[in-house]
Each structure stands twice: as C-alpha cells, then as structure tokens.
Design a protein. Structure first.
Length: 202
C-alpha cells in the first residue's frame, strides 16, 4: 500500500467542510420534501469521522467525489468502504457475497430507499449546483448501469419511477411514495417484476 503524495491544506479543509454542509443541507431539504426530516438531520454524520473527513480533505477536488480520487490513485477507497458500512441508505450496505462467491443484493427497507433517493438529489445539487435539473438527474441515473446492477430489483424500479416522476411533475409527492414502494414490493413478491418501466416523457 503506497502512501498518498497529496497534502492536507487549510484551503482544502475549508472547501471540504463547505461541501459537507452543502450536501447535508440539500439532503435535509429533500428528506423534508419526502416526509422523513429526521433522516435528513442524521444523514451522513460519518463524514465527520477521522477516516472519512481527512481522506475527503486530502483528495478534495471541485465537482468530483474524493472517494473517486482516492480510488483512482490507490485502486480502492478505504473512506468509501467505511462510509457505506456506516450508512444504511447506500445499496452497497445491503450487499454481501454468499458461500459460492455470488453477490447477493438484499431488498432495502422503505426509509433507507427513500433516503438514498434524497441523497442522489443532494449530491447533484452539491457537485453541480449551476447545472442541476431534474432532467439531468434522470440522465445521470440512466447512465449508472453498474450502480443499478448492484441494487435489488425493487430499488431499481422505485428509483426509475421516482426520477421519471420528478421530470414529469417537478416535485416530490411524499404521499405517493410509500404507496408506490408497497406496490413494487408486492409485484416483486408475486413474481411480476421482470421488466423495468419505460422512460416516461412529457
């Protein structure tokens, strides 16, 4: 394991701290829109842990995740591994390898799935505030083929519909979300969830 040549600077400490506050602000905003404000308050507190904070400072880059920068340099990210194990709203938290070496993706509870959706929107606002739009968020989601492979089918369909609904309606309808999740879960349990929904256009 080679040591990073990147140095911790006061400028990066300030910039990374601002990034955390900005992300937490938008996560709280969208969690409130979704009817889960308490999830928004406690969202991503592990960012202030020693492992995540100082890695974030060391690898800080505008408009790009420090986890990605650390992975590009080392081939892995210890901070990201720490983050997903401490935060249930990441699909990787619900993934494990069985005795035969196969990846198993568990179905996430409703509140964790909803917080994951809010987290994606907050990340878009944090990393690209000037270019943020629901249409671009949908395009980003559709480009995340590898990420979607690491999700349970219920989460994939739920997020498909949520991102499409945002483009069509322009807001989060929190009263429909739980009903939507229960129906998708029912469809999966009945064996009907074979095809993903087509993209909804205006």
């Amino acid at each position: 394991m080679r040591a990073s040549k990147r140095k911790i600077t006061l400028k990066n400490i300030i910039l990374f701290t601002i990034r955390i506050f900005r992300h937490k602000y938008w996560a709280f905003y969208y969690c409130c829109c979704a009817g889960i404000p308490l999830r928004g308050i406690v969202h991503d507190w592990s960012r202030y842990s020693f492992t995540e904070f100082w890695t974030g400072v060391r690898y800080y880059t505008p408009n790009k995740s420090s986890y990605e920068m650390e992975t590009e340099e080392k081939g892995y990210s210890k901070a990201f591994h720490h983050h997903i194990r401490k935060n249930r709203h990441h699909c990787e938290h619900w993934t494990y390898t069985d005795n035969d070496g196969n990846m198993v993706h568990l179905c996430m509870p409703y509140l964790d799935t909803l917080e994951m959706f809010c987290n994606y929107l907050a990340a878009g606002k944090s990393y690209n505030p000037s270019g943020f739009s629901y249409e671009r968020e949908l395009e980003w989601w559709e480009s995340q083929t590898e990420r979607q492979k690491n999700m349970h089918p219920v989460q994939r369909m739920f997020l498909d519909i949520c991102f499409n609904s945002l483009v069509c309606e322009g807001k989060i309808d929190r009263y429909k979300l739980k009903y939507l999740y229960k129906n998708i879960l029912y469809m999966y349990n009945m064996g009907f969830l074979n095809n993903r929904p087509k993209r909804i256009r205006r």
